[in-house]
Design a protein around this ligand. Structure first.
Ligand code: UD1
Length: 419
């Protein structure tokens, strides 16, 4: 298995092009199940999760053409297999996003239950309850969700008791082909949802309230073709902002958008990082010391849980202490013991961690069990004295395009060691 070696201590300077967003690409690809297409997505990232989603949609019967050089994915055809098998869903939880579109268009779907993952139990009850409210019958048999709606889905008023990105996406997609009006109350407002709604509109869907927590969808009988550009990855941008900050560097995040970063920008500024909007993207630099800054994860526009591990790495070398509270996932401190092995001073109890800054981390062999935890170790390695080896790189490849090439191009001493 590949590993990544970093020799820390270099400050970074230059431009990092930000790729298309993984978390936007996956639901956007699932929308292709709602139409014969073709749906062409531009600015598509080349990531392991995108390959998994392509495989899932191909086995449903779609034609998927991923042109890596042109950064486009074209999806066309109609599904002829309504089952999403365990092997694919287990690999990537976002596979459950095929459920809403399949039931809405074909009146039936059989999708494996995803099960837990490294960061928490992550149930899909909100997705299922909402589909039931729209008239689907749901049964769980042999580890599979069996959903049927022989006469199609019906519009309903769906009030989510808790904000869920995936459930909002599943129901938004399903509602586009339901009979009548669907109102989604307490909808997630992440930029990826706004992007999904924009793409659905291009396909011919009728949606109001885009960007708010109340989405109103007027069902239509069919959707057509579209070309849609995927938004830049705000989490990748935030991660490289932390790379600039932790090394005391100056980096232009090419194509990144300030309005997509939500509270992350304010927190970075509070911590002593300069973030400025420029024509080509966001300029991030740090000339003075980092300050310990408390943060609590929240749904957008709050501080993203997907940025928590990276921000914790930053706080490991800040002056003073930072309290980091995770409110979205119950088990998202897997990076703490690894950061501790690099000399960080972190105590955690329940959902909160206290990070007491140290003047320098020291390189070590480390490994992590999820995507964002892995990249936080790379950030720590960039600032650490000596050599850090990050094991289990496959987590990184799920969500970061050529991470070592992008960082090496702006001055990091980093390389992939094929395993
Ligand atoms: C998405 C993102 C993930 C991000 C997360 C929160 C994708 C592919 N993944 O994941 O990177 O960390 O949003 O911003 O876009 N929950 C339930 N029942 C449900 C659904 C969710 O209890 O039916 C809970 C979850 O366990 C979690 C919380 O709600 O505690 C938020 O999860 P959700 O927003 O659904 O995350 P995902 O869509 O899985």
């Amino acid at each position: 298995m590949d590993r990544i070696r970093i020799r820390g201590g270099r400050s970074l300077s230059g431009t990092i092009p930000i790729s298309g967003a993984k978390n936007a690409a996956l639901p956007l690809m699932a929308t292709a199940l709602l139409t014969d297409g073709p749906l062409t997505l531009t600015n598509a990232p080349d990531l392991a999760d995108v390959v998994t989603m392509s495989g899932l949609l191909s086995q449903h019967g779609l034609t998927v053409d991923h042109d890596r050089k042109a950064r486009t994915i074209t999806l066309s055809g109609a599904a002829n297999n309504l089952e999403a098998p365990y092997d694919l869903v287990r690999k990537m939880r976002a596979s459950v996003l095929v459920l809403g579109p399949l039931v809405a268009r074909f009146g039936r779907a059989r999708v494996s239950l995803p099960g837990g993952c490294a960061i928490g139990t992550r149930p899909v009850d909100l997705h299922l309850q909402a589909l039931e409210q729209m008239g689907a019958t749901i049964e769980i048999t042999a580890g599979y969700i069996e959903a049927t709606a022989p006469d199609g889905l019906k519009g309903a008023r769906v009030i989510f008791p808790q904000v869920s990105v995936g459930a909002t996406e599943n129901i938004l997609m399903a509602a586009t082909l339901a009979q009548g009006t669907t109102e989604i109350v307490n909808a997630a407002r992440e930029p990826e949802i706004t992007d999904l709604a924009a793409c659905l509109m291009r396909l011919g869907a009728r949606i109001e309230g885009i960007g708010t927590d109340r989405l109103i969808v007027e069902g239509v009988t069919s959707l057509g073709p579209a070309v849609h550009p995927i938004i830049p990855d705000r989490i990748e941008a935030g991660t490289y902002a932390c790379a600039a900050a932790i090394t005391g560097g100056q980096v232009l995040l090419g194509g990144a958008r300030l309005d997509h970063l939500g509270a992350v920008v304010r927190i970075l500024r509070d911590a002593g990082v300069d973030v400025a909007e420029t024509e080509g993207g966001l300029k991030v630099s740090r000339l003075n010391g980092l300050r310990g800054t408390d943060v609590m994860t929240e749904p957008f526009p709050g501080f993203a849980t997907d940025m928590q591990a990276q921000f914790m790495a930053l706080m490991c070398v800040a002056e003073g202490a930072a309290m980091i509270t995770e409110t979205i996932f119950e088990n998202r401190f897997m990076h703490v013991p690894e950061l501790t092995r690099m000399g960080a001073r972190i105590n955690f109890h329940g959902h909160s961690a206290i990070v007491r800054g140290v003047s320098r981390l020291s390189g070590a062999p480390v490994m992590a069990t999820d995507l964002r935890a892995s990249v936080s170790l790379i950030l720590a390695g960039l600032a650490a004295q000596g050599e850090t080896i990050v094991n289990r790189v496959y987590h990184l490849d799920r969500g970061y395009e050529r991470v070592e090439e992008k960082l090496a191009a702006i001055g990091a001493d980093i390389e992939r060691l094929p395993g």
